[in-house]
Design a protein. Structure first.
Length: 522
């Protein structure tokens, strides 16, 4: 079920209304005989529509007509943005021309007289066309105003968005319910006779969001594991399987040097030499490729390693498990409801205990709806910490979004809820990140600059500079687990979070892949 988010509509409407109210825009209409009355009606109509967007977003879940209304409205709001951008460009041109005119000498002014006459004729045609297009757009938007009443959309309905500020400090992820699993897998990793072969494969398989990567990370960073394996490397494989990239990453990790080789054979020969007689641990995270031949070619250099070397593979696919012929396969089960609550509560209250019995009671019911998925508990914890109020928690518990049809390939309702409760500005920032490919590592300042360059962040609050506002937005998304820390200065989006961003932006965003501009879609 496609959810049409109101974030892009709401944020765009606010931007348009700010533009209409600007002195430069108003002056242009008065000087160039554009229809100022039409402009004011357009602003009033946009504001009238904006006040029912929250209600429309909630009702679209069960009412397809409301969903279609939102989708059509978004197209028309974007058409209004294009129209006003065209007028705004003309206003800027006029302003620059006036500035040039003030610095021109008399001879230059005379020389430009006839050129201006031609320009003015073109301007009249432009302004007449703008008036006609604005009138047509206004009529279409007024139709949406009439339809909102017929659809039962009301002002001020829908969820409240908290404006509570959050800290930028990042804590290590909390892990619950995996102690026994970790100890069992550690025994396998530290055993040198787990396989008749010198190198054995341990596969962790489970559905998205269940914590496979987190468990692999716990094993990989364990002190006993680091001591046991002189060589170790981690590769995020993901859906875009590239044996050259994987091999090169492994080679650079074990040598601690960058490699300029691009040929797979040369890379494998050097990797085999580096592994000769040495014990290593490799993690291939998020493997999707189900081709047996690709796997056999990839692991060819591994055979030169010492007995007891291990490869940990995480995957969602049972077919991958059969291809790898793993010595040990661990099917990672969801957390218990109790552990899910502990994890959720940790993200809500930090190191403090919940002192409100009514909140704990509601919170445990919400935790049950996470179906044992740590990712769902983390993101909901980020949401609930910004709404420490029993009424708000009950609203979240009883939200219709939980009733969305869901299977393993869809967006988790818990993630949809986390998006739903973002402010319009945060939604817009988050949706913009759909341009990033899965497993793409980004830095905070790069994203901040992108948001500002694209006009996603334009407002200034209480005298704060724009960069400060954008950084606050980034920290807010991080605190809600929509971004995750992946290195000292780098961040990443979980695959399912990336799916959510794509889901909300499909049809309206483009991203660059291999030098080609492609529409964002699932």
């Amino acid at each position: 079920m496609a959810l049409i988010g109101e974030a892009l509509i709401s944020a765009t409407i606010q931007t348009l209304c700010d533009k209409i109210a600007s002195p430069e825009f108003t002056d242009l209409f008065r000087q160039k005989k554009l229809d100022e009355q039409l402009l004011n009606k357009l602003k009033t109509t946009l504001l009238t529509l904006s006040v029912v967007l929250n209600d429309a977003e909630e009702k679209q879940i069960e009412e397809p007509l409301v969903r279609d209304w939102l989708d059509n409205l978004r197209h028309n709001v974007l058409a209004a943005e294009d129209l006003l951008d065209e007028i705004d460009t003309e206003a800027l041109r006029c302003k620059l021309e006036e500035g040039e005119g003030q610095t021109h000498n008399l001879t230059k002014k005379v020389r430009d007289f006839y050129r201006r006459m031609n320009v003015e004729m073109k301007e009249r045609d432009f302004y007449q066309r703008m008036n006609v297009e604005m009138k047509d757009l206004l009529e279409r938007l007024e139709q949406f105003v009439q339809e909102k009443s017929a659809l039962g959309l009301t002002e001020g309905a829908g969820r409240k968005v908290s404006q509570r500020t959050t800290t930028s400090l990042v804590h290590e992820p909390c892990v619950y319910g995996r102690d026994e699993v970790k100890e069992n897998l550690l025994q396998i990793l530290l055993s040198d006779d787990a396989s008749k072969d010198d190198v054995s494969v341990l596969t962790i398989v489970g559905m998205g969001g269940v914590g496979k990567t987190t468990l692999a990370r716990l094993l990989y960073n364990d002190d006993k594991v680091k001591e046991h394996f002189p060589l170790h490397a981690w590769v995020c494989v993901s859906e875009d399987y590239d044996s050259n990239r994987i091999t090169k990453t492994l080679l650079e990790s074990v040598t601690s040097k960058s490699s300029d080789k691009t040929d797979l054979n040369l890379l494998q020969v050097e990797l085999r030499e580096q592994l000769q007689g040495k014990k290593f641990l490799f993690v291939l995270d998020d493997l999707w490729n189900e081709k047996y031949g690709d796997w056999k070619r990839l692991q060819t250099p591994f055979t030169s390693g010492a007995r007891g070397s291990k490869v940990i593979v995480t995957t969602r696919s049972q077919h991958v498990v059969s291809v790898l012929q793993s010595v040990h396969v661990h099917h990672l089960e969801p957390l218990s409801h109790e552990d899910c609550w502990f994890l959720l509560a940790k993200h809500v209250f930090g190191n403090e205990n919940c002192s409100a019995p009514n909140l704990e009671e509601i919170g445990k019911k919400i935790a049950r709806k996470c179906n044992g998925l740590p990712l769902a508990a983390e993101t909901l914890g980020g949401l609930l910490r910004c709404n420490i109020d029993s009424e708000e928690w009950n609203t979240i518990l009883n939200s219709g979004i939980w009733e969305l049809p869901y299977d393993k390939s869809d967006i988790l309702p818990a993630l949809a809820l986390s998006y739903h409760y973002l402010s319009s500005q945060l939604k817009r920032c988050f949706v913009y990140c759909s341009i990033f490919p899965k497993d793409y590592e980004f830095e905070k300042e790069d994203v901040v600059q992108l948001w500002m360059t694209e006009g996603i962040v334009t407002q200034v609050d209480n005298g704060k500079i724009m960069e400060s506002v954008a950084r606050t937005y980034f920290d807010e998304l991080l605190s809600r687990s929509l971004f995750q820390k992946s290195g000292k200065f780098s961040f990443i989006m979980h695959d399912l979070i990336n799916d959510l961003a794509i889901f909300m932006s499909q049809g309206f965003c483009l991203r660059l892949e291999d030098g080609v501009s492609r529409q964002v879609k699932r």
